[in-house]
Design a protein around this ligand. Sequence first.
Ligand code: BGO
Length: 751
Amino acid sequence: MKFALAGNPNSGKTTLFNSLTGSTAHVGNWPGVTIDKRSGFYKKGGGNVEIIDLPGIYSLSPYTPEEVVSRNFLLDEKPDCIINIVDSTNLERNLYLTTQLLELDVPVVIALNMTDALKKEGGEIDAAELERLFGVPSVKISALVGDGLDLLMQRAVNAAKQKRAGRSVLDSGKCAGVINAIKELYIKDNISNPLFHAVKLVENDGIETAANAAFAAKAEELKKGVETGVFEGDFEGLIADARYRYISENLAAVQKKPAPRAVGFLTKSDKIDRVLTHKVWGIPIFLLIMLGVFHITFGENFLFLGGWLIPESFDSAIFGSGALNSPGVIIFNLMDAATSRLGEVVSSALPEGMWYTSMISDGLFGGVFAVLSFVPQILVLFLFLSILEDSGYMARVAFIMDRAFRRFGLSGKAFMPLVMCFGCAVPGIMATRTLENKEERQRAIFLTPFFSCGAKLPIWAAFAGVFAMYRGLNAELTVFSMYILGIVVAIVSAFLLKATIIKGETPPFIMELPSYRAPKPKNTIIHLWQKLKHYVIRAGTIIAAATVVIWFLSSFSFSFEWVGADGNPEGSILGLISKYVFRWVFYPLGFAMGENGWMFVVATLTGLIAKEVVVATMGVFAGMDGDEALETEGSELGGTALGGVIISVGGMLGGLNVAIPAMFAFMAFNLLSVPCMAAVAAARSELNDKKMLFKAIAFWIITAYAVSLVIFWVGTLYTLAFWAGFAVTAAIVAAIAGAVWHRLKKTERKG
Ligand code: BGO
């Protein structure tokens, strides 16, 4: 059996689909359009009941691609039953679609969803009365809680076994005569769903009139006899009005509405929104919340207690130097120590001085463990991001951002997929398909790498650790600066793109903000589990493979001599190519300078495959080259994966006084350039235009290069003469602000 799930956006379709299908869901595309097609099997149906989740729609008229896709599916694929999911807290609007679905010759079951929320508001629904009104089974459910789902499916299976002829609420209306006459024509022509087609033809529906010109002419003739009153011949309006009239006239018997609110009454959510989405304070509060999250994840002085409560001499995983580590850092230290110990045990079991011992301990373990040791910190960060998302706050962020940045070419709707890129650019790029406007979609895809994804996190964490240890810089601010840099570059880029290569208006953003709710532990656990799985699979596949290749290329010379034996990766294939070819490309950015500069070049290039490989590459180099340094600098971290990364970076920090700006330039380049091969593949399929894809890649590389160049040289100026650096920064900010202001004024004048 094949069931179609149809309903308004936000009626709970996804929640119901997930509850019914569990892990059997399959996501593809509807033919010819980039709209997700999700299907799966009812998990209690023994593989006999397939459920197809139609896109969220308000009607079956062809106003949007979603409506066309749903309509074609219902007419052409002939599902055995339609489960029409309806938001019980918004019955009037949702039943408008129901009145259209009922006109098809397909069994329909109404799923009255969100009954839990309705109950909380003090409302109630009489499902039996609705059943009598529409003549189809109606079941009260809560997709979120899981109530009523078995009964719903039972009734759907029963309904699917019977034939059903379409019925219209327009039966007794002004157009009934015309609709019936046209319906007879369709029946004579043996066309299925005659009632649906007849109504659409009378409505002047574009698809229907084009497909049946002869019937359309007949309908026009018949319509002349209908008194349309204030609608003055607009049959579409007349029919829409008749549907709403029918619903509102009969609704009183079906639902007990929650008591009306007094004028000026504010719900708890409204009160919270007054603060969190405040015109002025909304963005600063968002930044503070994010800073708090980074503090808990990366802070080495938790709640700034250091020097107050913690004895100075206490050094361990829990206490840093004289301060309490944040939860993220504590878990990281423990994981780091565990992976290092495991590496030691395995290495000690292998013979010393052999190439394969080096391959396993320096290459595979050095690289993979360097990545894995950051997993706990990534999970801590995503725990908080998931809580913010599930509570309903992230939807507010889109709203706040829309208000602030719409004029720069970024709407709140485009911000939603971009916020997803904080997790991973691939689903973020795929989520841009929710943007109907082509130009806005393209602009959003161009901006995706700038939103720092989870794979880049180990880079920031490693460098933040180095900066904190060697230069006393605040770790969470270092990480925070990368996120903020990404957002700022995205906003300026959106503006530039809109003014140059991807012109076009920013469409209006209308969104229903869900009420705040307590995050569901189950959702959070699923979310974290998916993240963990993703990382571990990547570490065990692409990153493991990449580290072995990097180990090979940096251990053997062009004459295949094992140069890794004497810890001399500079003479290796990768060392020489990087040193004599690519290094010069990156030389102006600072990080390619100095003794270990070529290593950063290699890390940057290999990072184009996947950003986790940046740290993995450093782990490999640290394993091969770090022993000497371990005895001197950073010995307290000696032997650990992070220690290795820190030493390889630290060697450069010690040798070069422009190291800090150079390292920030390195981080900026890795933040802004090509995200990873998987993201490029996603961009290719979503842009569906080779030229645009090349433009996107070029845009990412040029932006990354330009921003890193500015960071390095202006940063260097700061180290030489603070005021000179400050003056140049002020000049750059003024130039950008001036250009933006000029452009805005120009568009305002045009508008
Ligand atoms: C958010 N009861 C309640 N109370 N809520 C429900 C039910 C239900 O039975 N079913 C769904 N929801 P989708 P479409 C949200 O996303 O399935 C909620 O568009 C939030 N998200 O959880 O996405 C569901 O597929 C943060 O709510 O609908 C979802 O049809 C705070 O209805 C919303 C509050 O469901 C839409 C809500 C981060």
